[in-house]
Design a protein around this ligand. Structure first.
Ligand code: GZL
Length: 310
């Protein structure tokens, strides 16, 4: 690839001659989590060590495949991406391999015939996040008789976080016969769809909803609006647990409208930069790199809010 242009504009450091050119395909801008993740990636992959080519796929797989093909045509040094869904990547990843361009997965996993098609995956354990959400529901329901009716707002259909959070949640909640998941539907990780689907759940189930499990905070925040518009008290009439731990969730907990959020850390930028350096240098890296994260409940919200970095 031609050397980078000299003299960065606006005080930007000029990319060094041996800067690593990274093509990054991001899922979209669907949630607070995603916005924070994008910021972390852009802040980490900066000159002089990196030249970043960033593409937003608006949550469409065909846009990500187009972006990856463009990065291959440009001859970037490394491709990194967060795959919007798990399947359908074998062909384009084989094209990257044939072009000798290593691929680093960030955030979400892929389901491919040969895991040599990517160098590593850095991201959360979504199954454990689902288990943590279910454990909170069981703890929160101590002393309550069944049936305890749960509605579930699922993430993007076919995405690793949706598949795995559902699996982890069911694995734990199915161990307690008081619980029944009465409705499950995708809200595509967005506030708008989360609100729309929750409106439909409320129409269908009336007062027959005790708990909402949302695969991300943005859908929970949309659902909270729907619950209030239906004249019910979110966090009281309907207990709510979601996943991500974004600032909006802490504000909703402080307002008593959300009861718990399971943290999913979006700040992967620095670790991603280190992995890309290693992969570019041809050094071995672990196939799977995990990130640390916890669970936060309403009583902790006020104290924790000032500490939040996303
Ligand atoms: C999880 C990430 C999910 C978040 C959502 O790592 O892929 O996508 O939970 C985001 O907020 O849309």
């Amino acid at each position: 690839l031609a050397g980078c242009s000299g003299g960065g504009e606006g005080g930007q450091a000029a990319a060094g001659e041996d800067a690593i050119t990274v093509g990054f395909s991001q899922v979209g801008a669907e949630s607070e989590w995603r916005t924070a993740n994008t910021r972390s990636v852009k802040e980490a992959l900066v000159a002089p060590d990196f030249t970043l080519r960033f593409s937003d796929a608006q949550q469409k797989q065909e846009n990500q495949i187009k972006a990856l093909r463009s990065f291959i045509a440009q001859g970037v040094d490394v491709i990194a991406f967060s795959p919007v869904v798990e399947t359908g990547w074998d062909t384009v990843l084989r094209e990257a391999k044939a072009a000798n361009i290593p691929v680093v997965l960030t955030d979400r996993a892929v389901n491919v015939s040969d895991d040599a098609l990517y160098a590593t995956l850095i991201g959360s354990d979504f199954v454990e996040e689902g288990r943590r959400a279910a454990r909170w529901v069981i703890e929160d329901s101590q002393g309550k008789d069944g049936p305890i009716r749960i509605v579930e707002l699922q993430g993007t259909v076919g995405s690793a976080p949706a598949n795995d959070r559902m699996r982890g949640f069911k694995e734990v909640i199915d161990g307690d016969s008081r619980f029944e998941i009465v409705r499950s539907q995708s809200g595509d990780f967005t506030r708008a769809r989360g609100k729309e689907v929750m409106e439909a759940f409320l129409k269908a189930e009336g007062d027959g909803i005790d708990v909402l499990f949302a695969h991300n905070d943005d859908m929970a925040i949309g659902a909270i609006q729907a619950i209030e518009e239906a004249g019910r008290k979110p966090g009281t009439d309907i207990r709510i647990v979601s996943i991500d731990g974004v600032r909006g969730a802490f504000e909703a907990m402080k307002a008593g409208k959300l009861n718990a959020t399971v943290e999913c850390n979006p700040l992967l930028g620095p670790q991603l930069a280190d992995l890309i350096r290693e992969v570019h240098a041809g050094r071995e890296v672990p196939k799977r790199v995990m990130v640390e994260e916890g669970v936060f409940t309403q009583d902790q919200a006020d104290a924790e809010l000032p500490n939040r970095k996303y």
